[in-house]
Design a protein around this ligand. Structure first.
Ligand SMILES: [Fe+2]
Ligand SMILES: [Fe+2]
Length: 146
């Protein structure tokens, strides 16, 4: 499915990527859709937060992402998803990346972390949702998951 551009707009002047949650982003697996909606809320909050608010929101993004990816990994095991290695490998990669930015945040490298949450994270999220998550959800629905 192609996501209309209004769902995902990087604003060059304001340096933010706001995602509009809508049914078009749902893939028909309840926990996955709920988690993705929650992720959008946290990602959007990160676009407009103050430097003081950034660490707590980043921690929220990190822990939510870890829990969500664990749930998707469990789903893939349960349904014996054919591309589990690739999909789980991408989950591991993004978690390691997030951890490295957590360390930058702890070291006070705010500008780098801002760029990461304003561009890289939302771009990754939409791309990942449209590819690996979509394929997994489709396979899961075919195997009776809802
Ligand atoms: Fe996901
Ligand atoms: Fe995923």
């Amino acid at each position: 499915m192609i996501i209309p551009p209004q769902n995902h707009i990087y604003n060059e002047d304001q340096k933010m990527t706001l995602i509009t949650w809508s049914d078009e982003l749902k893939r028909g697996i309840g926990f996955q859709d709920d988690d993705h909606e929650e992720a959008v809320k946290v990602m959007n909050a990160l676009q407009t937060c103050t430097d003081e608010e950034l660490p707590a929101l980043f921690d929220q993004l990190h822990s939510h992402t870890k829990e969500h990816l664990d749930r998707e990994n469990e789903l893939m095991v349960r349904i014996r998803f054919f591309a589990i290695e690739v999909h789980k490998g991408e989950h591991d990669r993004v978690l390691a990346e997030m951890q490295s930015f957590k360390e930058k945040l702890d070291a006070g490298e705010i500008a780098e972390v801002r760029k990461y949450v304003e561009e890289t994270v939302p771009e990754w999220f939409i791309n990942h949702l449209n590819t690996m998550d979509t394929a997994t959800a489709q396979f899961a629905r075919q195997h009776g998951e809802t």
